[in-house]
Design a protein around this ligand. Structure first.
Ligand code: PLP
Length: 416
């Protein structure tokens, strides 16, 4: 029997991690510091969250000021708080949806649960209660709450619960083949499908940018068959692909957008959903017969989280960090293909914005290479398909990004 610390690590095969944990005690900009005194370049921005870098004093200040004024007040029924209102206004102003309304909650998994519930609620209210199936893509990751677990395209996340899905009626669609998606829709029947969920660029599934035209084809299929399009921007939202939302980059007009991570750069837990008028308007009709969307939680619209998000958005704009992403994207566009061409143990590279992955040949282990990168002072992370994650903070310098890619090159070379 292992006797590790009381904290049960997330997603871990415990015998593989107990006694080997890397304890991060401090962060500064693009670097974190371990309890045994090492300084590591954070090449993944934690879990794709620390976009403005770690331990930014202005966000600490925003949280401090807000907590001294009011930690939070809930947003049930007639209550609201000024910071939640201000954040929702600000998000509606930058959303890839005209006249969006905003539901706030605690994170990405939470946002996915809300979006899927709201999609089903929408069709029920429309008098089409048979539209309950949620479609999602192969290799998709949408968090690990009940809906996220059930719609994951990563099958191992659904194993061991006694049925293939924790919620009724989900189905997988092809990663990049729109014709197969059309076939799947016809097989299930459009009258049974509530929504299709997609990451614009798949993250945990291996950093898979969409095939040219694929997302637009999904959008057309959704319109044709009365299927709501839920774009999961938990990773891509707030600049990771160089536009505020990746929906802009790929010309998408979603019905619902989920977001989290980058909205606060991960400084406090916060997520939410942006909602198209075609979904929210019926709930705003001035009539006793108007339906209710019965959803909420204690922390929905948390005032301190909202205050931190507002300051984070100020910093993104003031420091022009989206332009930095575009500059860093050009470096990945140059360095990653060069890495693939010179290193025979690299089988594939993929990227979009400041989001990249390097796939290593089958006889090597991305997990072991990530371990050796730690010894070299760089954090990467193994992703599906024997790949290594590249997603540093937006404040990374050009030289740091080049050094990180070259360190991956060396680590792969040494793994032979
Ligand atoms: N959706 C996507 C695309 C994600 O990458 C993640 C987390 O990585 C989630 C949802 C879940 O977010 P959270 O971990 O905040 O619950």
């Amino acid at each position: 029997m292992l006797d590790g610390p009381a904290l049960w690590p997330a997603q871990a095969h415990l015998p593989s991690v107990i006694g080997r944990q890397i304890v991060i005690e401090r962060g500064e900009g693009s670097y974190v510091y371990t309890s045994d005194g090492r300084r590591l370049f954070d090449g993944t921005a934690g879990l794709w969250h620390a976009n403005i870098g770690h331990s930014h004093p202005e966000l600490a200040q925003a949280a401090h000021e807000q907590m001294l004024r009011l930690e939070t007040y809930h947003t049930f029924n007639r209550f609201a708080n000024d910071k939640a209102l201000a954040l929702a206004e600000r998000l509606a102003g930058i959303a890839p949806i005209e006249r969006a309304k905003v539901i706030l909650n605690s994170g990405g998994s939470d946002a996915i649960d809300v979006a899927c519930k709201l999609a089903r609620r929408h069709w029920h209210r429309e008098g089409r209660p048979s539209k309950t199936v949620i479609l999602s893509r192969e290799f998709a990751y949408h968090g690990l709450h009940a809906y996220g677990t059930s719609i994951a395209g990563l099958d191992f996340n659904r194993e061991g619960y006694g049925s293939d899905s924790l919620v009724p009626e989900t189905a997988r669609i092809s990663l990049n083949d729109a014709e197969q998606v059309a076939d799947t829709i016809m097989r299930i029947g459009p009258d049974r499908i509530a929504a299709m969920v997609t990451e614009p660029v798949q993250g945990t599934g291996g950093v898979n940018p969409p095939a040219p035209g694929y997302l637009q084809a999904l959008q057309r299929l959704c319109r044709t068959h009365d299927i709501l399009l839920i774009v999961d921007e938990v990773i891509t939202g707030f600049g990771r692909t160089g536009t505020m939302f990746a929906s802009e980059r790929y010309g998408l007009e979603p019905d619902l957008v989920t977001f989290a991570k980058g909205v606060t750069s991960g400084y406090v837990p916060l997520g939410g959903v942006l909602i198209h008028p075609r979904i929210w308007e019926p709930f705003y009709v001035d009539s006793p017969a108007t339906p209710v969307f019965r959803h909420g939680s204690t922390y929905a619209g948390h005032a301190t989280a909202a205050a931190v998000a507002l300051r984070n958005l100020d910093i993104l704009e003031r420091d022009q960090l989206l332009s930095r992403v575009t500059e860093l994207e050009a470096i990945l566009d140059r360095e990653l293909p060069a890495l693939r061409d010179r290193n025979p143990a690299v089988s594939e590279v993929r990227s979009a914005g400041l989001l990249g992955a390097v796939t290593v040949a089958g006889h090597l282990s991305a997990e072991r290479i990530a371990d050796s990168l730690i010894d070299m002072g760089f954090i990467s992370r193994p992703l599906r398909g024997n790949s290594l994650q590249i997603s540093p903070p937006f404040i990374t310098t050009n030289d740091e990004l080049v050094s990180f890619v070259r360190a991956i090159d060396d680590a792969v070379g040494n793994a032979h």
